[in-house]
Design a protein around this ligand. Structure first.
Ligand SMILES: NC(=O)c1ccc[n+]([C@@H]2O[C@H](COP(=O)([O-])OP(=O)(O)OC[C@H]3O[C@@H](n4cnc5c(N)ncnc54)[C@H](OP(=O)(O)O)[C@@H]3O)[C@@H](O)[C@H]2O)c1
Length: 233
């Protein structure tokens, strides 16, 4: 397979980091972002050009605009755009979730995805090529008490992505993607006692990176799930 340009949000740890490392191992060129400066600087040192890792908060539209301008000015229009960055609320009934925490979840999980689409997708549309994968969740299709803000954003991602799919020109695809259940910081926050029963991000990425690379126009608008064990638990 020819080298693809893969743009990933949230590469400092978890699924984003594992995907970045796996795509690079497979010979593809990765641009990624996250807020944690130590991890991003370490990635940039470890991999260097033509890969590119930047400290960007996807919730900040102006920061995403500057990031997009810099990446796209190098002719690095993504072939595969992975809106992976996300956060989850601390478990609590909805009436106990503070306004600030709820707002943060929406800013990252929903507005952050729209910010990245706003600043990268026009260049993809101009080429009439490329696949956009927005990370949803099992909880974007079912629900769980104590996680209402997170569920709300992931259900929104399913709708936003399917509407986007209708706007794209032929030759492109937008896909809401349930990655399954993977033992990351996020899972440990919501399943403190059971996270260890699930695969780690490295094992997951070995299966999921090739799956994502094969997505194309025929998948446009289809809600997909990672082909990994336990994904529908
Ligand atoms: N793990 C699971 O079982 C599971 C299940 C269903 C869905 N998902 C989805 O999969 C995606 C990845 O989850 P994960 O388990 O890998 O989570 P994670 O281990 O908590 O990692 C989240 C990543 O997102 C980044 N991030 C968070 N807020 C950001 C922001 N404002 N700007 C830029 N980057 C930001 C984090 O980096 P910084 O903190 O450095 O910014 C980190 O790299 C999420 O969308 C999540 O909802 C995960």
């Amino acid at each position: 397979m020819a080298a693809k340009r893969v743009l990933i949000t949230g590469v400092s740890r978890g699924l984003g980091r594992a995907m970045a490392e796996e795509f690079i191992r497979l010979g593809h060129v990765v641009s990624g972002c996250g807020r944690s400066s130590k991890e991003i600087i370490q990635l940039q040192k470890q991999f260097g050009s033509p890969h590119d890792f930047a400290i960007v908060d996807v919730a900040q539209n102006e920061d995403v605009a500057a990031w997009g301008k810099r990446i796209l000015s190098n002719q690095s229009v993504p072939d595969l755009l992975l809106n992976n960055a996300g956060i989850i609320n601390s478990p609590a009934p909805l009436w106990n979730v503070g306004a600030g925490e709820f707002s943060d979840i929406i800013s990252v999980n929903l507005l952050g995805v729209a910010n990245v689409i706003r600043h990268f997708v026009p260049a993809m549309v101009a080429r009439r090529r490329g696949v956009i994968v927005n990370f949803s969740s099992g909880w974007g299709r079912t629900v769980s008490g104590d996680f209402a803000p997170y569920c709300a954003t992931k259900w929104a991602i399913e709708g936003l992505t399917r509407a986007l799919a209708q706007e794209l020109p032929e030759g492109m695809a937008a896909i809401p993607f349930n990655p399954g259940i993977i033992n990351t910081d996020m899972l440990r926050k919501c399943r403190a006692d059971g996270a260890g029963n699930y695969p780690g991000p490295g094992e997951w990425a070995k299966i999921v990176a090739p799956f994502l690379l094969k997505l194309g126009p025929s998948d446009n608008g289809q809600p997909l799930t990672a082909p990994v064990r336990g994904a529908n638990d």
